[in-house]
Design a protein around this ligand. Structure first.
Ligand code: IDP
Ligand code: MG
Length: 140
């Protein structure tokens, strides 16, 4: 096990329902530490850039529209195996398929409005963290 950092985003469907604290409690209960956090609104162009890897997918337009539709909370989570651990805490992409007790199962509304984003590899975590945060904003 190694200590890692991962990028998490609390999505607009969750900030709209005032779930920031409830989601953060799940991370902290599971032993992840929030070492950077900020609330912001992504522009459409920023959402398109962040999700560039999905640009060929049928859901890309809708996803970018949704992710720029309201406030998000971007955060850096730190802990043992943080990338995989966060994916476990989040649950499957589609809340209907996610394990009971995961964030997406307990709070998700649909496959698109699924509460949280989490990096899928340590390499992508590094890139995604740099998308939102400068070195100075990450306090270990
Ligand atoms: P992930 O967030 O679990 O890593 P990805 O496949 O990377 O899932 O998809 C990115 C985001 O795009 C998802 O979290 C979800 O909001 C949205 N999404 C994924 N698949 C679909 C779909 O089939 N329809 C609508 N939105 C989708
Ligand atoms: Mg993904």
């Amino acid at each position: 096990m190694s200590v890692q950092k991962t990028l998490s985003i609390i999505k607009p469907d969750a900030t709209a329902r005032n779930l920031t604290g409830s989601v953060n409690a799940r991370f902290e209960q599971a032993g992840l530490r929030i070492i950077a956090q900020k609330r912001l609104c992504l522009t459409r162009a920023q959402a398109e850039k962040f999700y560039e890897v999905h640009r060929e997918k049928a859901f890309y337009d809708s996803l970018c529209e949704y992710m720029s539709s309201g406030p998000v909370v971007a955060q850096v989570l730190c802990g043992d195996d943080a990338v995989a651990k966060n994916r476990e805490i989040m649950g499957a992409t589609n809340p209907a398929n996610a394990e009971i007790g995961t964030i997406r199962r307990d709070f998700g509304q649909s496959i698109e409005h699924n509460v949280v984003h989490g990096s899928d590899s340590p390499e992508n975590a590094e890139i995604e963290i740099q998308f939102f945060f400068s070195q100075l904003e990450i306090i270990e």
